[in-house]
Design a protein around this ligand. Structure first.
Ligand code: NAP
Length: 206
């Protein structure tokens, strides 16, 4: 749960054109993890995550950062990590200690990307989208906190039930989101999964 003043800051950020997208792999019960780890490592899904997020900004909780290989941020993506631990540091990631700091750092990073564009960067519509879209990359606590400000969720649905202890909010039951796209089932390493996209509103999105 966040305080009303923090909600106001997050709403103001989205009103200034910064968009939050969430990305997650879920099982049939919207489970995402167990004992601090992913439920399954699916090469095709890891590739999808890499392609969707490369060159973008990621927001994640400290536990998710520590679950990454070597506890290090992913290459090619600016990573903002939420933690209340003032002494927490991870090379290559920016630690923020509150939603207020998260909003400031997100705005600062988007402004820096805009400055880079003015200095000769990608001026296409996709370039602008890249600079203003921030991916919420988990885990359960961070998804739950930021979902009200997210407008697109890229959800990989794994057709199995795992013994999960961390969950993504069930978008089929939540108000506000609808399924906008569902890919064909893919089979890999004995697991069947599909890429889906949920959008806030009636599914047609912006
Ligand atoms: N399937 C997927 O797509 C996917 C993606 C990501 C993660 N996961 C899974 O999700 C699980 C981890 O989720 P989780 O909920 O336990 O942990 P998490 O969300 O990754 O991290 C929680 C931590 O973030 C910090 N935090 C959260 N909200 C904060 C706030 N408002 N202000 C400051 N700091 C804040 C706190 O860090 P401190 O304790 O340091 O203060 C908190 O303990 C793992 O099993 C992981 O594998 C799955």
């Amino acid at each position: 749960m966040i305080r009303e003043e923090e909600a106001v800051l997050l709403r103001a950020l989205t009103e200034r054109g910064i968009r939050f997208h969430a990305i997650a792999a879920v099982d049939r019960n919207w489970g995402i993890g167990r004992d601090g780890r992913l439920l399954a490592r699916i090469p095709g899904d890891l590739k999808y995550f890499r392609e969707a997020t490369m060159g973008r900004m990621l927001i994640m909780g400290r536990k998710t950062l520590e679950s990454l290989p070597g506890g290090r941020p992913l290459q090619g993506r600016k990573t903002i990590v939420l933690t209340r631990r003032r002494d927490f540091a991870a090379a290559g990631a920016v630690a923020v200690h509150s939603i207020r700091e998260l909003v400031c750092e997100t705005e600062r990073a988007c402004a820096a990307a805009e400055d880079g564009m003015a200095a000769g960067g990608d001026q296409s519509a996709r370039g602008a989208d890249t600079r203003n879209t921030v991916f919420v990359a988990g885990g359960a606590t961070v998804y739950a906190t930021l979902l009200p400000y997210v407008d697109v969720c890229l959800i990989t649905k794994i057709d199995r039930i795992f013994d999960a202890d961390a969950f993504f909010p069930n978008l089929d039951a939540a108000d506000g989101f609808s399924l906008a796209r569902a890919g064909d089932p893919i089979e890999e390493d004995g697991l069947v999964y599909r890429f889906t996209e949920y959008r806030r509103g009636d599914g047609r999105g912006r």
